[in-house]
Design a protein around this ligand. Structure first.
Ligand SMILES: [Zn+2]
Length: 88
């Protein structure tokens, strides 16, 4: 599998922003009178195993979950924009 470590957006050189989606629930208590409380507690239900990445400069660069990898040590591996590679 071809992939390239990215520190910058391959299209415009901007910052890459990785978004990891978490699921939360709002937990409401049913009160003594049988009504739902208006107050709720937000519970973190954990990651929903979904990450996307996009360019912080909004140039249109965008990675779906399967189009990039984050390694154990946190490196960003691009599997999408390999053809656009500009030789430096
Ligand atoms: Zn960009």
């Amino acid at each position: 599998m071809k992939e390239a470590i990215r520190a910058r957006c391959p299209l415009c050189g901007g910052e890459i922003i990785v978004s990891e989606y978490y699921q939360t629930s709002r937990d409401y208590k049913v009160l003594m009178n049988g009504k739902l409380s208006k107050r709720y507690i937000v519970t973190d239900a954990g990651p929903i195993n979904s990450m996307t990445a996009s360019c912080g400069s909004f140039c249109g660069a965008y990675w779906e979950h399967e189009e990039f990898d984050i390694s154990e040590d946190g490196m960003f591996y691009d599997k999408k924009y390999l053809e656009e590679e500009v030789s430096t």
